[in-house]
Design a protein around this ligand. Structure first.
Ligand code: DQA
Length: 142
């Protein structure tokens, strides 16, 4: 069975109470529940990882080299800063899709730049929880 790793970066563990006007009311647990139920339908295995620490995300990506089929990643604030996460994705063969809950392009200019998108097969932004589900569906179909 294809295994897909779902990575969420800093402050995504605060969803639900964090700026609900921007990110909605769903908690990270709600998102993971929705992903798990779609994964069941698609007959893929999913693993969840959330960290507020850049190095931990790099370590996690390195650790799944040759062990996962694909990655869905919401790098959160590290999207706009992290060459290290970009390089980690480049270093492993698994295809990745970058997801953002909010439309980063309608927000502050510093959110318009992604260091990660260029090493992903695509980017989804602005569709809330559905972005994760679409990414999973796409990766499962590869
Ligand atoms: C985010 C957008 C980022 O700019 C922000 O730093 C986040 C969440 C999103 O999902 O919309 O933490 O990745």
């Amino acid at each position: 069975m294809k295994k897909i790793l779902i990575i969420n970066g800093p402050n995504i563990n605060m969803l639900g109470s964090r700026e609900p006007g921007i990110y909605g009311n769903a908690t990270l647990a709600d998102i993971e529940k929705a992903i798990s139920s779609l994964a069941k339908e698609l007959k893929v295995e999913v693993e969840f990882f959330q960290s507020n620490h850049e190095g931990e995300i790099v370590d996690k990506i390195q650790s799944v080299k040759d062990k996962v089929f694909a990655i869905v990643i919401n790098p959160a604030a590290f999207t706009h800063t992290s060459v290290a996460i970009r390089d980690a994705i480049s270093a492993i063969a698994a295809p990745a899709i970058e997801v953002h809950i909010s439309n980063v392009y309608s927000r502050e200019e510093f959110r318009h730049k992604s260091y990660i998108a260029g090493v992903c097969i695509g980017q989804i932004a602005g569709f809330g929880v559905d972005g994760y589900l679409f990414a999973l569906k796409k990766l499962a179909s590869l």
